[in-house]
Design a protein around this ligand. Structure first.
Ligand code: ATP
Length: 308
């Protein structure tokens, strides 16, 4: 079991309970499903985050040494800004997040990834992962109380802090409807939460963790309008003042991003603000038009989403 501690820690979920059920562990590992072959250099210093600026410089990456997952990818996430990744399945969106989290190290000649000017290969994994909050698409809940599940974001979080985070994540009111409030057991053997609720729990955890950098993988599943609004509000509270990289499926996220990167076959084929990309009238504009016509996005996210 000790071997599992490394991967678990790496997602920021500190594996605190030795009694944790194996079901949880399996689900977490299924979620990660990644090897952990990255080693720190001898005497590697900790990452020092000053601004939270992220930079990919000419990144090339292949999982198997044959097929290209990323091809000469360069971009910057300036301090506190929100960058959205869009593109069809297999275009490289998740790979960008995985590399930033150092599931894999780039080899010589594959480019560099910098945070505030520091190559992430040169700093400790622990300090890197402490600086990064992850909101996965399908967050894992432990078979424990909802308070425990949220408090996971910060060791020794007080009940007040947990409630404050739940409020910001738009989960507090919902939790009050549970039979035992914050002490209600959730997960497989307790109250079952919907996908949108689980994501808000992950947002609350991350608010408690309070990292300067965020990686978000939005759920692809359709959400009803009020859940969508709650999630948007929760995400707004989370991304405020932090640098974020999101795999974006929601129109609202795409429209409000500071920069959108459109990926295809591992390459950035278009980039710019929402407005700029619509004006370009290329791949993104076509994707946008398709999504607009297939959802009630305008009613969800208001006037800002209308095609300009
Ligand atoms: P999706 O929207 O479906 O999640 P994505 O845009 O996130 O797709 P990636 O998961 O980054 O795409 O995949 C980029 C490329 O790398 C694809 O060709 C994919 O098949 C390949 N790939 C992804 N993960 C692995 C892996 N663990 N081993 C080998 N190849 C992989």
């Amino acid at each position: 079991l000790a071997q599992l501690y490394g991967p678990l820690n790496q997602l920021g979920y500190i594996y605190r309970s030795v009694n944790q059920s194996l079901v949880d562990t399996e689900r977490l590992l299924a979620l990660l499903n990644e090897p952990t072959e990255v080693n720190d250099k001898d005497n590697a210093p900790d990452l020092i985050v000053t601004e939270g600026e992220i930079e990919f410089q000419d990144v090339n990456f292949s999982y198997d040494g044959r097929t290209t997952a990323l091809n000469r990818v360069s971009f910057k996430v300036p301090k506190g800004s929100a960058v959205a990744l869009v593109g069809e399945s297999g275009s490289g969106k998740s790979t960008i997040l995985r590399l930033l989290y150092r599931f894999y190290d780039l080899q010589e000649g594959e480019g560099r990834i910098l945070i505030d000017g520091q190559d992430i290969r040169d700093v400790t994994q622990k300090s890197l992962r402490q600086a990064i909050g992850v909101v996965p698409q399908d967050p894992v809940l432990f078979n424990s109380s909802i308070a425990y599940n949220i408090g996971y974001g910060k060791f020794d979080a007080s009940r007040e802090e947990v409630e404050e985070a739940a409020r910001s994540a738009q989960m507090h009111e919902r939790i009050l409807t549970f039979p035992e409030g914050y002490d209600t057991k959730v997960g497989e053997r307790g109250v079952r939460l919907s996908g949108g609720e689980k994501q808000r729990v992950a947002i609350a955890r991350t608010l408690l963790k309070n990292p300067p950098i965020l990686l978000l993988d939005e759920a692809t599943s359709a959400l009803d309008t009020s859940t969508e609004k709650d999630i948007q509000k929760a995400l707004q509270n989370l991304v405020k003042g932090r640098s974020s990289l999101s795999i974006a499926h929601r129109l609202s996220t795409i429209a409000t991003a500071d920069l959108i990167l459109v990926l295809k076959d591992g390459q950035i084929i278009e980039q710019g603000s929402h407005k700029e990309l619509l004006a370009l009238d290329g791949v993104f504009a076509t994707m946008w038009a398709d999504q607009i016509s297939s959802t009630d996005a305008v009613s969800i996210a208001g006037d800002s989403l209308k095609k300009e």
